[in-house]
Ligand binder design. Sequence first.
Ligand code: CMP
Length: 137
Amino acid sequence: MERTLSIVKPDGVKKNVIGQVIARFEKNGLRVVGLKLATLTKAQAEGFYAVHRARPFFASLTEFMTSGPVVLMALEGEGAIKKVRDLMGATDPKKAEVGTIRADFADSIEANIVHGSDAPETAAFEVGYYFNALELI
Ligand code: CMP
């Protein structure tokens, strides 16, 4: 059993596809063990994406992530980290495989609908960043 953090980004919430994203996770054996709707502050988004702070897209990414509400969720399942990444597809929707969340819903590498942790260490950091133990089932 593994846990991972996923976010339906502001573009996903605006496009009204929260349910469709979660349904894809559930249909593929993942269980929602933590769930919140929130509008991130700039400081929260900057802290979450701190590993990217030297990248040229950092300011734009954190601006985008604070542009509207997001859905924060902790997911649990066998091989959850890779499963979520496979279901999301490549970061750039133009490169995402047919049938993935990003291929189906995303507009650009920045507005790419969904986030998923990329490794066990980042998953532990990211789940803990948004959820405390009492908020996880
Ligand atoms: P995410 O999985 O949330 O992790 C970091 C995010 O940075 C990524 O999804 C993209 O939304 C964004 N990102 C990555 N590369 C670029 C890029 N070249 N230009 C703009 N945004 C990017």
